[in-house]
Design a protein around this ligand. Structure first.
Ligand code: FAD
Length: 345
């Protein structure tokens, strides 16, 4: 059926629209290529009393095997603009459906600093604020100027300031009941014409160790892409949603207790005096589950935090395997791993 210029399809498989390459169909499905399309989709869902789910690049979702019994809207709005701001800053405004890494490549080619450490993260611009994407010591929140949203209750566009977005480690207001009424339509990012590399993160520091002069902007991007290439499976040949769990944030006291039993356990400083623990290390070294496999699902042989669909796995297989890992972590350390991947439901 059509809704304005947009087609709403029935019973559409979502499997190939996610990087995990699994899961069932959407009862209704449409591609929003404009805010008017989005408005039409939300009106349709409201009229038909259907739950609504938003899909970007499908790189952080687990679609249940039964699918989604409602309307799935895939964001495909496009457009990126660059506007000069005072003091050598540039505001990059990108539509939600743009590919995140394409935006990063444009910024780096224009000599703009700020998102280079976030190179190579799959997914869309609209998906990026949802879990406040982060990598190699950088987070989206460091550069966000505003997030434009479509309010599905008032049918109005709103610009949220950074402080309204509730960003924290792999979290934002968009993951809360309050924020779920918002569909992100665009993101404004503030970058700098003058800048320098941020190489605090261990792997990046090691990559450039021994260098006399600091690396140039394109070199930082190339380094990040190379390091990521060693850590993540190739999406062309393997189903995955990247890191499946969040790294646990614990108190210093808990960390000290754990150190007594696991003296080599690394840690990273986190906000509010807490400590971030590398769960991949725990799954590998303490649970011995790096490269473990249960039928069609397993942990990636090069990074235990990454779960992979070796081909033909179901969402149920993944959930059972994830549960097994979480139980092992709990038994050995007392920590409760929390999913980073979102169930589309
Ligand atoms: C190989 C691999 C490596 C990865 N590495 C990293 C990494 O280094 N750091 C990191 O932080 N993440 C990483 N990820 C996770 C993922 O790439 C990011 O979370 C990404 O931002 C998700 O964007 P998406 O468009 O694919 O969102 P989707 O997976 O489509 O959706 C994720 C969630 O966001 C919601 N959503 C999507 N678009 C919108 C919108 N426009 N408005 C409102 N809600 C929306 C969805 O409903 C869903 O709840 C990785 C994933 C993979 C597969």
């Amino acid at each position: 059926m059509t809704c304005g210029l947009m087609t709403i399809e029935r019973n559409v498989s979502l499997k190939e629209l996610t990087t995990f390459k699994l899961g069932g169909p959407a009862r209704y499905f449409c591609r929003a290529r404009s805010v008017d399309d989005l408005r039409g989709a939300v009106e349709f869902a409201r009229k038909e009393k259907l739950p609504l789910a938003v899909l970007g690049g499908g790189s952080n979702v687990l679609v249940p095997d039964r699918g989604f019994d409602g309307l799935v809207v895939k964001m495909e709005t496009l457009g990126i603009t660059f506007t000069d701001r005072p003091r050598g800053r540039v505001l990059v405004t990108a539509a939600a459906g743009e590919d995140w890494d394409y935006l990063v490549s444009l910024a780096v080619n224009k000599g703009l600093w700020g998102v280079e450490n976030l190179s190579g993260i799959p997914g869309t611009v609209g998906g990026a604020p949802v879990q406040n994407i982060g990598a190699y010591g950088a987070e989206l929140k460091d550069v966000v100027g505003f997030v434009e949203v479509f309010d599905t209750q008032t049918f109005k566009l709103r610009k949220l300031r950074k402080r309204d977005c509730g960003f924290s480690y792999r979290h934002s207001v968009f993951k809360t009941p309050l924020g779920r009424k918002f569909i992100i339509t665009a993101v404004g990012i503030l970058l700098n014409k003058k800048g320098g590399p941020h190489l605090d993160y261990k792997d990046l520091a090691a990559f450039f160790a021994g260098r006399k002069r600091p690396p140039a902007l394109p070199e930082v991007r190339r380094a990040v892409l190379e390091i990521r290439g060693r850590k993540f499976p190739d999406l062309k040949t393997c189903g995955t949603a990247g890191s499946f769990f969040k790294n646990p944030l614990v108190s210093k006291k808990t960390y000290r207790e754990l150190l007594k039993r696991f003296p080599a356990l690394p840690s990273f400083p986190a906000v509010a005096g807490r400590v971030k623990l590398p769960l991949g290390w725990i799954i590998e070294r303490i649970c011995g589950l790096k490269g473990a496999r249960d039928g069609k699902v397993g942990t990636f042989e090069k990074q235990a935090l990454v779960l992979v669909n070796h081909g033909g796995a179901s969402a149920c297989d993944v959930a059972i395997f994830a549960d097994k890992i979480a139980r092992s972590v709990k038994e050995k350390t007392g920590l409760n791993p929390e999913w980073e991947v979102v169930r589309l439901e």
